[in-house]
Design a protein around this ligand. Structure first.
Ligand SMILES: [Zn+2]
Length: 117
């Protein structure tokens, strides 16, 4: 039986801890759990996807770019991974997602997945 490497690694640099995750939204779960316990932010240190992430553009542009890859919304963890490439932390990306959703430019077709309007 072959073992596939987990696709993502997320880390808290302050604590020196990291976690290998198979699903993109595991990044979001890690952040929420770690932030609740410690108040710390998180960064994504490894991304292993079958396609290249967009490396520029604001949040709406990144979601619009990635949307063609997914049938029912882009997992927030993948959006966070793309924003991390631009030096934006997971916490900052989640805060920005909240703000942009309030403007109505993005919506959640299902939990923790984003689509552009
Ligand atoms: Zn920490």
């Amino acid at each position: 039986m072959s073992h596939q490497r987990p696709a993502f690694t997320v880390a808290c640099e302050e604590c020196g801890v990291d976690a290998d995750l198979e699903s993109a939204n595991g990044i979001v779960d890690f952040y929420r759990r770690h932030h609740r316990l410690t108040g710390h932010d998180a960064t994504i240190t490894r991304v292993d996807l079958a396609f290249e992430l967009p490396t520029d553009g604001d949040l709406e542009t990144v979601v619009a770019d990635l949307e063609s890859r997914y049938d029912d919304g882009v997992p927030i963890g993948v959006v966070a991974a793309a924003m991390d490439e631009q030096g934006v932390s997971v916490g900052d990306t989640l805060a920005e997602i909240y703000d942009v959703r309030m403007t109505g430019a993005l919506y959640e077709p299902r939990d923790d997945h984003l689509a552009a309007v």
